[in-house]
Design a protein. Structure first.
Length: 68
């Protein structure tokens, strides 16, 4: 995972849930799972399965979450 994160240069923090505490709290039963968490700690976007960040619908939904 660390190698992927380094090579992908995502530009945002990635949670390494080593003790599965986040997975349990967010009820993530399938992997991969993607969660975008707001500054207040609330989940703003979630997706179960492989997520292609370059797809326009995904980019649009994430852009809507950004401050204006």
């Amino acid at each position: 995972m660390q190698r992927f994160v380094q090579e992908a240069r995502l530009g945002f923090p990635v949670l390494m849930d080593r003790d599965t505490a986040a997975a349990k709290a967010w009820k993530a039963r399938l992997l991969p799972a993607t969660y975008v968490v707001g500054p207040d700690g609330r989940i703003r976007y979630s997706y179960i399965g492989e997520l292609d960040w370059s797809r326009e619908p995904v980019r649009r939904q994430i852009a809507e979450l950004l401050p204006r």
